[in-house]
Design a binder for this molecule. Structure first.
Ligand SMILES: [Zn+2]
Length: 265
């Protein structure tokens, strides 16, 4: 049964199918993520709208038992600023892949859809794509069934202290309880403090968040540890970001110099 639906949508990826057709994975706000079939994709009027990381309002025929179809589209956002920068594009592809991995096909998740779209909008506006990615990674943990407390000590529940993270207890320890875990992470206390902020951050506050390169590297390393321990996925797009860190470090440092380091973390 095909049912008509108009919904905001985001193209996750496409792949060739037979001669000139394509299979397109699309995250729709109202019908979840699904696979669509586009016939003669090269010559189709749909060609511009089925590129990865393109948002649009799609008029669709949804098939709950197989491939769905796109009838028409409007209000296309192609994220030109993201696509014009290799680094931003790499991070945007990674957050989209993370969203894709975190939910099952055919199940609507309008909150995640809105969060992903907002993250891409802000990347496209030139906000710090590494920090946006970190916030996305921290907030999407709940979709993987992971709930971590960076807010209060797992033993005494006091807040606002120089915390360290304990993998043994899945939460933070205050200085009085550091000794409960001989293998605590020995983090810079700014890291759990920032991750606690990231869990609850409002997008309106993001324009004022600016972090030093050194702190960003520590956050990156720690979130990698969290993902290894609690999520255990290995996305190609994440490996690509890691490789950018290797050969792109000169470019990257230049990038960072150009950003104002205006806060005190
Ligand atoms: Zn404590």
């Amino acid at each position: 049964m095909l049912r008509p639906l108009t919904s905001k949508s985001l193209i996750l990826y496409n792949r060739n199918f037979r001669e000139d057709d394509k299979l397109v994975k699309i995250f729709t706000e109202q019908a979840g993520k699904r696979m669509f079939f586009v016939k003669h994709a090269g010559k189709s009027k749909l060609a511009p709208v089925i590129q990865p990381l393109t948002a649009a309002e799609l008029l669709m025929k949804i098939n709950d038992d197989g491939l769905s179809y796109i009838e028409d589209y409007q209000a296309v956002e192609s994220y030109g600023q993201i696509k014009g920068d290799l680094f931003v594009m790499a991070y945007a592809s990674y957050v989209a892949a993370l969203a894709d991995t975190s939910i099952q096909d055919n199940h609507p998740d309008p909150a995640l859809f809105a969060f992903l779209q907002k993250t891409l909008d802000l990347m496209n506006q030139g906000l710090d794509y590494e920090v946006l990615t970190n916030i996305f990674e921290i907030q999407i943990l709940t979709r993987f069934g992971v709930s971590l407390n960076f807010h209060d000590c797992v033993f005494c529940h006091r807040t606002g202290l120089p915390f360290d993270f304990s993998f043994q207890y899945g939460g933070v320890l205050c200085p009085e309880h550091y000794h409960k875990d001989a293998h605590r992470s020995h983090l810079n206390p700014n890291i759990p403090f920032l991750l606690n902020q990231f869990q609850a951050v409002q997008f309106s506050e993001l324009e004022t968040i600016s972090l030093k390169a050194d702190i960003k590297r520590q956050i990156r390393d720690f979130i990698d540890q969290l993902y290894d321990e609690y999520v255990g996925i290995h996305l190609k797009s994440k490996k690509f970001i890691d490789s950018l860190g290797d050969w792109g470090s000169i470019l990257q440092d230049k990038h960072e110099e150009e950003q104002h380091e205006k806060n005190s973390y």
